[in-house]
Design a protein around this ligand. Structure first.
Ligand code: HEM
Length: 150
């Protein structure tokens, strides 16, 4: 299976997740959490944590984390049903492939998720939306693992 097929299949599985009323939470989440403003705040908070993280910070090729923050923001906006600016600027996400240059072992995954959890918790989302986002981020971080070495 190619990376693109892998990611498309992930997306189909995600979109099928619904809450008790049968509403498609995943596809509508962009609007439900407050649109662009939410994703700006989430990723800014996340990168504030990355800047101080001894495992993550050295992995970033650029000293300025601003452009990386915007890439993650646009990706997440698109993923949750917002504008497709990410795809227009960067092409197909191919996230696993794009992360191959970086050593993503269980410790790096855990560090990424720790910073993301702090950023997500700080947004004060309703429990359902929080849980839906967290389930995806946790699973996506696992998919990014590319080595088990220390
Ligand atoms: C598991 C631990 C992870 C680590 C250590 C990690 C690290 C990195 C690094 C070092 C970069 C390059 C910085 C840049 O120039 O943008 C990057 C890019 C990126 N990461 Fe991650 N990442 C992880 C997980 C994730 C997850 C789970 C997602 C999405 C849910 C994600 C989304 C992105 C995006 C969208 C980019 C920019 C891709 C591009 O357009 O070039 N990352 N990541």
């Amino acid at each position: 299976m190619t990376e693109e097929q892998f990611e498309d299949r992930e997306r189909v599985e995600n979109v099928r997740l619904t809450h008790q009323t049968g509403m498609n939470v995943e596809g509508d989440l962009y609007a439900l959490v407050g649109g662009k403003e939410f994703f700006v705040k989430l990723t800014q908070k996340f990168y504030e944590g990355v800047a101080l993280d001894p495992i993550l910070k050295p992995m970033y090729p650029e000293e300025d984390l601003g452009p990386a923050q915007v890439r993650l923001q646009l990706f997440l906006e698109q993923y949750w049903g917002g504008p497709t600016t990410y795809q227009e600027q960067r092409g197909h996400p191919r996230l696993r492939m794009r992360h191959m240059p970086y050593k993503i072992n269980p410790a790096a995954r855990a560090a990424w998720l720790t910073q993301m959890k702090a950023a997500l918790d700080a947004q004060g989302l309703p429990e359902l939306y929080h849980a839906q986002m967290w389930a995806y981020l946790d699973r996506a971080a696992t998919a990014m693992l590319n080595t088990m070495e220390d």
